[in-house]
Ligand binder design. Structure first.
Ligand code: SAM
Length: 288
């Protein structure tokens, strides 16, 4: 078993297997006992839980989850790391390794095994937001997600409407999740040391919009509202996806009955305001 808390040892294992950490796969390995323990405490693995870990690397978190949950699915893209994981964890009961790009593989796992109870990981900086958005848009909503992410991305997750960090990513995440920031992580907690700071994030669904029929309209509206940050709601919406998909007349009717001031900027809208607008467009579209 590797001493995961030693950067020198992690570096030695990687070197001995000819693995050079790659930026494009966000390979910064956790080498801090404190951060690993904090993550496991937040994950709170339960005996009956099915857990997915995204980007297992050399197994810094995997090693702390094995034997504690009913089923553990780990995902890894790097062939060199996959070989290592197979050797280190291949014989562990109820641990399943999915090889390749998480974004391309996770839906097969969900089809066979259902939505997990928890998703966790020290997410690659390169594809962290794409991973979270993909899970939300395709309605894979576990009871909890616990990640380390780039601090900038964590700020966007918790940003308030109208603030500098508020973005389509904020709206999409806040549509489903209550997001808690559990502190920042020093760069020195990783090997190699990244040029950006990281944060620990916990996401728990608030279940406020689980019955919303207009999910697709909501996501299209979010894209439209942030198409150009400087434009007003009116200008963004009338030249966007929703107008194309549902027609200008539907949009005009829905907006004429909405109390929204169309001269505001899209980036000032809260999740609730976008949901109400999506519902109105849906009603008008189905003849209401
Ligand atoms: N969990 C390990 C740790 O904490 O030391 C590694 C974390 S490292 C930040 C991110 C890991 O995700 C790397 O092992 C990388 O190869 C893997 N990875 C990057 N992109 C991926 C993707 N699209 N699908 C699956 N794994 C990916």
């Amino acid at each position: 078993m590797i001493n995961y808390n030693s950067a020198a040892e992690v570096a030695r294992v990687l070197r001995s297997r000819g693995i050079v950490p790659k930026k494009r796969w966000g390979q910064n390995f956790l080498v801090s006992a404190g951060v690993r323990e904090k993550l496991i405490k937040l994950i709170g693995p339960g005996k009956e839980d099915v857990v997915w870990e995204i980007g297992a690397g050399l197994g810094a978190l995997t090693s702390m989850l094995t034997g504690k949950v009913r089923k553990l699915f780990i995902f890894e893209i790097d062939p060199g790391l996959i070989d290592f994981l197979k050797e280190a964890f291949g014989s562990v009961n109820r641990l399943y390794i999915t090889e390749g790009d998480f974004l391309k593989r996770w839906q097969e796992v969900r089809e066979k095994e259902g939505v997990p109870d928890t998703i966790c990981g020290n997410l690659p900086y390169s594809s962290g937001s794409a991973i979270i958005v993909s899970l939300i848009k395709k309605n894979c909503i576990p009871d909890k997600m616990v990640f380390t992410l780039q601090r900038e991305m964590a700020r966007r997750l918790i940003a308030e409407p109208g603030s500098k960090s508020y973005s389509s990513f904020s709206l999409i995440c806040q549509f489903v999740y209550k997001v808690k920031h559990h502190g920042d992580v020093r760069s020195g907690s990783f090997y190699p040391v990244p040029d950006v700071f990281s944060s620990i994030i916990e996401m728990v669904p608030h279940n406020r919009f689980t019955q919303l029929k207009e999910r697709e309209i909501f996501f299209s509206l979010v894209d439209d509202l942030f198409a150009s940050r400087r434009k007003t709601i009116r200008n963004n919406i009338f030249s966007g996806k929703v107008a194309r998909n549902y027609g200008i007349n539907t949009l005009k009717k829905a907006l004429s009955q909405s109390p929204l001031n169309l001269e505001r900027r899209g980036e000032s809208l809260s999740v609730d305001e976008v949901v109400v607008l999506a519902q109105r467009i849906g009603e008008v579209n189905s003849g209401g």
